[in-house]
Ligand binder design. Structure first.
Ligand SMILES: *[C@@H]1O[C@H](CO)[C@@H](O)[C@H](O)[C@H]1NC(C)=O
Ligand SMILES: *[C@@H]1O[C@H](CO)[C@@H](O)[C@H](O)[C@H]1NC(C)=O
Ligand SMILES: *[C@@H]1O[C@H](CO)[C@@H](O)[C@H](O)[C@H]1NC(C)=O
Length: 498
């Protein structure tokens, strides 16, 4: 879903700041440990490896440049581990490499994948981006998915306060249930830690006399551990994913919450978000009330996050919210509709969420103010005028959805001006633009995957995406070819004049 992608990138702005600060600028040594692959040798090389890591990058990507020295350092360290782990890179921007990178569903840069068993199993890399973190993460990923826990020292070392640990307790390490547990661990190893033990006494929490088979999930929040005795693989996956989601996900600058925040935003459920200043006295009152409400809706397709204003600039920008509106609550449903209440107090939360559930809250739309003058060749559209100026205007509208920071959009601006000037005398054609970051764009109408996104809507309602060259001539040709025939337009407008 496009909106969740945008969401993620905005949140990552916050996450990236700390990573960037730690990045090492020093040049790497002359010997390269990272293996270069391209379309001619990728498949053969990968096929020879039981475990290999591939970074899909683009030469122009800043995050890739930042990662390069760290990735190289990790590759040099991992080249001496036993067995050695190979790190490779693949220029996904190179024309001949593009087919392969789309096969791997590479959408942003850098994208790092772990390829197992000659490439037959592909897993997203979800580890850190500095050398030491990369090494630790990959050592773990290249080892067994679940390791035996023999002592309480080991258990205490693994069960810490920022990750989920899933432990299988078995009377012996064999049989179908053990196999199913192993399958579970293989499947979810990128996101959770797994262990197995013969003795529940070594575990820090839960019934220590249990002999199993059972699965005990440890988490750093809510009830702290949960048991399950269902061993169907899909049921196990569901158990882990459901019980590892906090009742209320916390979002502040503390990185230990970030894996849960990412999980929250990747969830298909309807999302309720309460933003406030975590340093205010009222924090505890909000927290306990919000928990109560979240508990009430558990398992009902509504999930809860509480965000600190200090860490939520990305979210504020995305939703068009202002700091003076906090404490505020906003709910986003799967159609991209938003529901919003500013300056809420703890006692209003329960009833407002109930009103939302009952369908008694009107959706909120982010819009820039309607411009008072709009007489430039390229007309300015905002969310509040999108219907009137584009969707119900009865005109042929060529619309640019842009972002203020986007370089390609800046390059296109003078070209669009020229297009608009050339077509100035055609009253049935409008060239327009909308800032898609400051205005809500109905996702059911326009698919915005990057900037600029260009659409053409004919006066008869035909909606086409423009993928042609961004030249004056090509755009004008396209408009002339796709606009509703002038004759019918004229007749209709004459009719209106009568
Ligand atoms: C793959 O081909 C590229 C381009 O010819 C080359 O630079 C690279 O070293 C090759 N990699 C391997 C592992 O053979
Ligand atoms: C193991 O998982 C398979 C596949 O999900 C399932 O059919 C089977 O019943 C499970 N075995 C046990 C003992 O639960
Ligand atoms: C949050 O509250 C604290 C304490 O009242 C204050 O110092 C801080 O500036 C506030 N932060 C924001 C972003 O309003």
């Amino acid at each position: 879903m496009a909106s969740s992608t945008i969401w993620m990138s905005l949140l990552l702005i916050v996450f990236a700041v700390s990573a960037a600060a730690a990045a090492d600028e020093s040049e790497s040594e002359s010997k390269e440990f990272v293996v270069t692959l391209d379309h001619s040798n990728f498949t053969d090389f990968v096929a020879k490896h039981k475990f290999i890591v591939v970074e899909f990058y683009a030469p122009w990507c800043g995050h890739c440049k930042k990662l390069a020295p760290e990735y190289e350092k990790a590759a040099s360290i991992l080249s001496t581990s036993d067995p050695p782990v190979v790190l490779a890179k693949f220029d996904a921007n190179e024309e001949q490499n593009k087919a392969l990178s789309s096969e791997f569903d590479v959408k942003g840069f850098p994208t790092i994948k772990i390829l197992r068993y000659g490439g037959s199993v592909v897993q997203e890399y979800k580890g850190p981006r500095e050398a030491e973190g990369i090494v630790t993460y990959l050592k773990k990923q290249s080892g067994p998915a679940s390791s035996e826990i023999k002592s309480s020292e080991e258990a205490n070392f693994i069960v810490d306060d920022n990750k989920i640990l899933v432990v299988g307790v078995f009377p012996e390490f064999s049989g179908e249930k053990f196999e199913n547990f192993t399958t579970l661990a293989e499947r979810l190893r990128a996101d959770y830690e797994f262990g197995h033990t013969l003795d529940a006494k070594v575990l820090p929490r839960g019934d220590s006399s249990a002999t199993g088979p059972l699965v005990r999930l440890f988490k750093p929040f809510d009830e702290l551990f949960v048991d399950s005795e269902e061993f169907d693989v899909d049921a196990l996956v569901k158990f882990v994913e459901e019980t590892s989601t906090p009742t209320v996900t916390l979002f502040n600058k503390d990185p230990k919450h970030h894996p849960f925040v990412i999980k929250y935003f990747n969830s298909p459920s309807v999302k309720a978000m309460l933003f406030l200043n975590f340093s205010t006295e009222q924090f505890d009152a909000f927290k306990s009330k919000y928990h109560e409400v979240a508990q009430l809706y558990k398992g009902k397709d509504l999930i809860f996050l509480m965000g600190d204003v200090e860490a939520s600039q990305g979210a504020f920008q995305y939703f068009g919210l202002k700091e003076e509106q906090v404490p505020l609550i906003i709910i986003q449903n799967n159609d991209g509709e938003k529901f919003f209440k500013a300056n809420i107090v703890p006692d209003q939360i329960t009833s407002w969420v109930k009103d939302f559930k009952d369908g008694n809250v009107q959706p909120y739309r982010k819009s820039e103010p309607i411009p008072e003058v709009n007489n430039e060749p390229v007309k300015v559209v905002v969310a509040d005028t999108l219907q009137d100026m584009v969707l119900k205007s009865g005109k042929n509208v060529f619309l640019e959805l842009y972002a203020p920071w986007c370089g390609h959009c800046k390059k296109l601006a003078p070209i669009l001006d020229e297009v608009a000037l050339s077509l100035e005398n055609d009253a049935d054609v409008v060239i327009a633009k909308i800032d898609a970051t400051a205005n809500d764009i109905p996702s059911g109408v326009f698919a915005v995957k990057g900037y600029p996104t260009l659409y053409f809507r004919s006066s008869t309602g035909n909606l086409l995406q423009y993928d042609g060259d961004r030249t004056k001539e090509d755009i004008i040709d396209f408009i002339k070819k796709n606009r509703a025939p002038a004759a019918t337009v004229k007749q209709e407008s004459r009719k209106e004049e009568l």
